[in-house]
Design a protein around this ligand. Structure first.
Ligand code: 7RM
Length: 644
């Protein structure tokens, strides 16, 4: 294996960083590992407000954990009220831009007022602590307002991404037993209206007896039928509401939210996060990983419908008193420079996005970012997938102008917050590696028998200790929780990811375990081959799956999209096979290269390798495809196979 390039933190960044230098990182890490009670107890006291102090920092009855046992706090109070007695009261909390170009700057004082008013609306509808709300909304300020109002009252929310169908919405409403659905007439995406209220009507009419009220925010102003008695306009309820609403003193383990995520079966898992531990995890990682400063403008481009938006658009940033940017629409509307225009307009200092988005933008060419002044940026982040070194280098050079560290953050819906990532003023970066664990995170790479593997050996990534933001259970299914996460390797948390650790202790995430191929007895990650392919100048994106093969066990099958240009598929196909063999080894030489216009992706941007695997294996597609962004891609890929 060739020597990995290393980017040490630059001196200017380190000088101002809240954690400076490796010794400071190691001190934090060691303290958290050796004295977790003291470590987390001190941070919780310092960084969060408590109505009542806890009696124990944590209580671990595997696989169930409680953090800050007996403590009373409130997430909404921590994100809002506590900032109002400080200079932050007039600071912008949410800097929002709609896709059509409308915008709002909402200060902490104003956000607090809006959240209190909406909390009173919920109270007036008869909702109370312990009830559940489904939020099915576009990326408008009313979404975090509704989340914070629920949190204020102890109503457990579940945000359902606005791109989910009415069927997926129905399943989530039913599983959660929600009393209220909060939605909007629609939202704007690629200049088209996404009709949300229609989907709600389709989901609940006659099928969701738990739902008593539907609250509808007016966004697009389009014609929206309202069912008398059940449906209410947000602005009409708001007009009868008031500004004052105290935050309820909640138990530290009170259920804050449930977020549904796809598992290996068709039925989505409701991941439960609770109050004190979750908020501490989100707040501390904002500081450690994003090195957040009082004057920073911070932008995470995710959708709030995914966990990244929960922890790093809403709860983490607001708890840390940050100005958080929110953008409603698509990155290519009206043109491919929309994001860069926003960075320049709002003088964004920290930008956090996904490798998939980066690769899509690479494909459009460097002229788009070149049109805008990106000099406000000081830190870049990546999440959601392994970032291939070629995309990392582009992000670093073309967006960060070589000045900005890139924090590659590994975590999951289940972990609640960032788990493995560099502290940018301390940890030297290696493109493609999420680097080192956060304090309190004890990862290991093991075989299926649970034995640690050696340096540079591929294995299963597990976590040996509970952490504050850890999921508490799967909603309504503690057995599935135990079985999914704590039984594969008994007694430890099974991430479902493969990884290796190099001799410097750096973690290299190789992707989901089910994405690992075995070719002639060689373990080979789909990601390794993809990374090799996208290094080729003609390739925009690649997705690789193992195809059953008589002799070698599996053969490498690649789906490739190309950058603009004229290519002979015949010649390029041969060249790419040779290229991969050269980059990784002859055993990795792809059996097949299939050129395609697009890859099937989930709406959060993850390539659906499972679908591709089914296409190469059986040429048909079964199971849950509700998270798929564009089903037509799959139909086309399957059809292409028929022609082969
Ligand atoms: C935050 C989020 C979780 C899965 C996880 C990994 C993959 C996420 C990275 C990554 C390599 C990263 N939650 N993943 N971040 N792989 N490097 N920095 O994405 O629940 O939707 O997905 O995503 O496979 O298990 S998630």
């Amino acid at each position: 294996m060739s020597q990995d390039p290393i980017y040490p933190p630059n001196r200017e960044f380190t000088a101002k960083a809240s954690v400076s230098g490796m010794d400071a990182y190691r001190r934090l890490y060691t303290e958290a590992a050796e004295q977790p009670e003291e470590f987390w107890g001190q941070l919780a006291g310092e960084h969060l407000h408590w109505f009542q102090k806890w009696s124990h920092v944590f209580e671990w009855n595997p696989p169930f954990v409680k953090w800050f046992v007996g403590g009373k706090t409130n997430v909404s109070y921590n994100c809002l009220d506590r900032h109002l007695n400080s200079p932050r009261k007039d600071k912008v909390a949410i800097l929002w831009e709609g896709e059509p170009g409308d915008s709002r700057a909402i200060t902490y004082t104003e956000l607090h007022r809006l959240v209190c008013r909406f909390s009173n609306v919920l109270l007036a509808r008869g909702l109370k602590t312990g009830d559940r709300a489904i939020l099915y909304m576009p990326m408008i300020p009313e979404l975090p307002i509704a989340m914070l109002a629920c949190a204020r009252l102890g109503i457990t929310h579940s945000v359902v991404f606005g791109g989910f169908s009415s069927e997926a919405l129905k399943a989530r409403i039913q599983d959660l037993g929600a009393q209220v659905v909060i939605t909007a007439d629609g939202g704007w995406r690629r200049a088209k209206e996404v009709r949300l209220k229609d989907a709600v009507d389709e989901a609940i009419t006659g099928e969701c007896p738990s739902v008593k009220d539907v609250i509808v925010c007016r966004r697009t102003g389009s014609d929206t039928p309202m069912q008398p008695g059940r449906d209410h306009w947000w602005h009409e309820l708001d007009a009868a509401s008031q500004d004052h609403c105290p935050a309820v003193e909640l138990d530290s383990e009170h259920p804050l939210y449930v977020l549904y995520t796809s598992g290996t079966t068709g039925k989505p898992k409701g991941i439960l996060h609770t109050t004190g531990g979750y908020l501490l995890h989100a707040t501390m990682t904002m500081r450690w990983v994003f090195d957040i400063k009082e004057e920073d403008v911070y932008w995470c481009s995710a959708d709030i419908g995914w966990v990244t938006g929960h922890s790093y658009i809403v709860y983490g940033p607001l708890s840390a008193g940050t100005t958080t940017v929110m953008y409603e629409g698509a990155p290519d509307t009206p043109a491919f420079d929309r994001w860069w225009a926003l960075v320049a307009k709002y003088k964004v200092n920290i930008f956090y996005t996904s490798p998939t988005a980066i690769r899509a933008l690479i494909r459009q060419g460097d002229e788009w970012p070149a049109k805008h002044d990106l000099s406000s940026l000081r830190l870049l982040g990546s999440v959601g997938e392994p970032i291939n070194p070629a995309a990392w280098e582009w992000y670093h050079r073309v967006i960060g102008k070589g000045r900005c560290p890139i924090v590659d953050t590994w975590w999951q819906t289940e972990t609640g917050g960032i788990m493995i990532a560099p502290m940018p003023g301390a940890v030297p970066l290696k493109p493609g590696s999420a680097t080192l664990p956060m304090p309190g995170v004890l990862p290991e790479i093991v075989s299926l028998e649970g034995k640690p593997v050696g340096d540079d050996q591929e294995g299963f990534l597990i976590l040996k200790r509970p952490w504050p933001g850890m999921l508490r259970t799967i909603w309504g299914d503690p057995e599935r929780y135990r079985e999914q996460y704590w039984s594969r390797v008994p007694g430890v948390y099974f991430t479902g990811d493969a990884a290796r650790r190099d001799k410097d202790g750096y973690y290299w995430i190789l992707g989901r375990v089910d994405d690992v191929m075995n070719v002639s007895g060689h373990r080979l990650s789909t990601m390794e081959v993809e990374s090799a392919l996208v290094k080729h100048p003609a390739v925009a994106e690649a997705a690789v799956v193992g195809k059953p093969h008589e002799i070698t066990g599996q053969a490498v099958c690649c789906f490739v999209t190309l950058k603009k240009g004229d290519y002979s598929h015949d010649i390029l196909g041969k060249e790419l096979r040779q290229w991969v063999a050269h980059e990784i080894g002859a055993f990795a030489r792809p059996a097949e290269i299939r050129f395609t216009e697009a890859l099937p992706k989930t709406r959060s941007g993850k390539i659906m390798r499972r679908l591709l695997r089914e296409i190469v294996t059986s040429n048909s597609v079964a199971g849950d495809v509700t998270t798929l962004e564009d089903m037509s891609v799959v139909t086309r890929l399957a059809a292409q196979h028929d022609e082969d």
